[in-house]
Design a protein. Structure first.
Length: 360
């Protein structure tokens, strides 16, 4: 299907036949009221309307299961707010910070870990004063070696705005690496033009782009070409994938995805265990199921194709590799986890209860 523009509601998706007739009058309409919805023309073109279990549709089309919220799920699953010294900055690890300039995305993923912060009703875009304060924070903290632009999706910003941010970061001597986390090369590949690519580079700094993609079908010819344009211009690329039930919880699919990254000069970086975002339990598998899948990749595909399987410890305690001695199976459905500072945590966090219906 070829669309002229991005679809932004259950009613628009229904009209485009990406959701069944009657959806806008059924309970799933409440999902569209509660969480942001956006499907770009490139994503709509990828959806196979004849497959009720299409792995692309599952990532972007609202599902009534999103109204079921579990007790262990949290509005801020990885604890961004607990580590935010000034608006737009998350400083959890000594040598690197997140800079969240914008809370808008070209698409809205149904499993998004920041679903309570992104979208039209989310935290919005930093004001010029807030951006000044955020960059001032980076300049004042000499231990910051890397800035990670995330959000939201920083590549929704215009080339002019990105260039402004990069020029200001270029003036910070102790900063060496700028990393962008984005889905744009896949979901809106035409945006990656020469102007935008130049804007991502800053003299004296190394630019990395981490591409978020979850299924090999997302790496279409236009998406591959968009990545090649960035890499040819001197930008290094890495991947990040969220392990999702019904999308890529299969060793064959993961192997194909990781190979596609490597074939396109994108080094597999992280495979994220899905976070405890509200209304996303239909996407989550157990840590042991994830471990079994990742272990199957080891013998099956090249070492270049091996991502690190990562859990972000709920509450803001940082990331931990799931296949490490820091994550111990207690055998009763519970894991004991040690964070990078030595703190101890249970996963899933207690208490665990029966599903209940979300309010409004
Ligand atoms: C994920 C994350 C990072 C980046 O972690 P890496 O392991 O370097 O990729 C940095 N800061 C915060 C707050 C994060 O959540
Ligand atoms: S692109 Fe990232 S931040 Fe945006 S909706 Fe998807 S997971 Fe969330």
């Amino acid at each position: 299907m070829t669309l002229a523009r991005t679809l932004r509601s259950v009613a628009e998706l229904e009209k485009a036949r990406l959701m069944p007739a009657g959806s806008s009058g059924s309970p799933v309409a409440r999902v569209g009221e509660r969480y942001a919805v956006a499907v770009t023309p490139a994503v709509a073109a990828l959806i196979d309307g004849n497959d009720p279990n299409d792995p692309v549709a599952r990532q972007f089309i609202p599902d009534v299961a999103e109204l079921t919220v579990l007790a262990e799920e949290r509005a801020d699953p990885i604890g961004d707010l607990a580590h935010s010294p000034v608006e737009g900055i998350v400083h959890r690890y000594p040598d690197r910070v997140l800079l969240k300039a914008v809370h808008v995305c070209p698409v809205y993923c149904r499993f998004c870990f920041r679903r309570e912060m992104v979208g039209p009703a989310g935290l919005g875009t930093l004001t010029p004063e807030e951006l000044d304060t955020a960059i001032g924070y980076i300049a004042a903290h000499h231990e910051i070696w890397e800035v990670i632009l995330t959000g939201g999706d920083p590549l929704v910003l215009s080339a002019r705005r990105l260039r402004e941010i990069m020029e200001r970061l270029a003036a910070v001597d102790h900063l060496k690496v700028v990393r962008f986390h984005t889905r744009v090369p896949v979901v809106e590949p035409e945006r990656i033009d020469a102007d935008l690519i130049e804007a991502l580079k800053a003299s004296g700094k190394t630019t990395y782009v981490a591409l978020h993609a979850n299924h090999p079908r997302e790496l279409t010819a236009p998406a591959r070409a968009a990545c090649a344009r960035m890499i040819d211009a001197g930008i290094a690329m890495i991947s990040q994938t969220v392990l999702l039930k019904g999308v890529n919880d299969d060793a064959g699919v993961l192997a194909e995805l990781m190979r596609a990254f490597v074939e396109n000069r994108i080094r597999p970086y992280y495979l994220h265990h899905p976070d405890l975002a509200p209304g996303t339990s239909h996407f989550r598998l157990g840590l042991n199921e994830g471990r079994a899948l990742v272990e199957q990749l080891r013998g099956r595909i090249s070492g270049l194709c091996q991502p690190t399987y990562i859990l972000d410890i709920p509450g803001g305690h940082g990331k931990v590799p799931v296949l490490s001695p820091a994550v111990q199976d207690s055998g009763d459905g519970c894991f004991r986890i040690v964070d990078f500072r030595g703190g101890q945590h249970l996963y899933p966090p207690q208490p665990v209860s029966e599903p209940y219906e979300a309010q409004g």
